[in-house]
Design a protein around this ligand. Sequence first.
Ligand code: NAP
Length: 262
Amino acid sequence: MMDITLNAPKLFDLSGQVALVTGAGSGIGQRIAIGLAQCGADVALLDRRTDGGLAETAEAVAAAGRKSLSLAADVTSGPALAEAVARTEAELGPLSLAVNAAGIANANPAEEMAEDQFQTLMDINLKGVFLSCQAEARAMLAHGRGAIVNIASMSGVIVNRGLSQCHYNASKAGVIHMSKSMAMEWVDRGVRVNTISPGYTATPMNTRPEMVHQTKLFEEQTPMGRMASVDEMVGPAVFLLSDAASFVTGVDLLVDGGFCCW
Ligand code: NAP
C-alpha cells in the first residue's frame, strides 16, 4: 500500500514558528510579515522607523490572532540586529523563520554617481542582508533548524531598461549569490536560504507621484502587462519558508510576471 500519510495542505502551516521580518513597516516586507502571521507564525517586525508602518503591520498581525514584537533597528548595524534577534527569542521564542526585505533604491548615471551614493546603497542592500542573515543564522544554527528568504530583485538577473542604477543591480546580484553561498555553508546544519527576486511591484518604493511615467513603462515591459501587487509575494515567501520547500535551498525564485523570459 502506498504511503499517503503526508497531509499536503499542512505543509504550508507555520503554526508554532517564530519569524523575523526586516523592512516590515512598508511594501513587500510588510505584506509578507502579515502573511506569515496569517499562516500561524508569531512575527518580530523590524524597520528603521517606528512611526506609521510598523504599527499598521502589528495591528494586522494581531487581527490574524498572532503575537508581534516591533523593533526599530538599522540593518547596517550588526549589534542592533543581534539585539533584535535576542529580544525576539526572549519575547516570542526560538527564531525559526526570517525574511530580509529592508532595502532602498535610487538611480544616477554611473559616470556621475558619487562614491557615497554607491556605498550607502551597498551598505543597506548587500551588507544589511549579510548582517541580518548572520544574526538570524547564529540563532537558527544553535537550534539546528531554520529557513531564511532574502528579497533580491530581477535587477540582480537583468539590467532594467532605462534605469541607471548599476549599484542597485550589483547589490541584488550580490544578494542572490551570497544567499546561495550561505545556503551551502549551512546545508548540513538545518538552515535553508533562498531568495525571491520580484519584478516591478507596486510599493511606496516605486509608486511615488514622480514615478507615474515610469510605472506605465514598467507595466508595458512586463509580459503580464501589469506590476505585481505585494499580495503576490506572500505565496512564494510562505512556500520557501515552509515544510513544502524542505528540499529547496540555494534557489532564486523569480516572481516577475514573465519579465525575465523576454
Ligand atoms: P519599501 O516599501 O520602501 O520598503 C522597504 C522598507 O525597508 C522601508 O520601510 C524602509 O524604510 C526599510 N529600510 C530601508 N533601509 C533600512 C535600513 N537601513 N534598516 C532598516 N530598514 C530599512 O520598498 P519595497 O518595494 O517593499 O522593497 C522591499 C525589498 O524588495 C527591497 O529590498 C527592494 O529592493 C526589493 N524589491 C522591490 C521591488 C519593487 O518593485 N518594489 C522589486 C524588486 C525588489 P524607509 O522607508 O525609511 O527607507
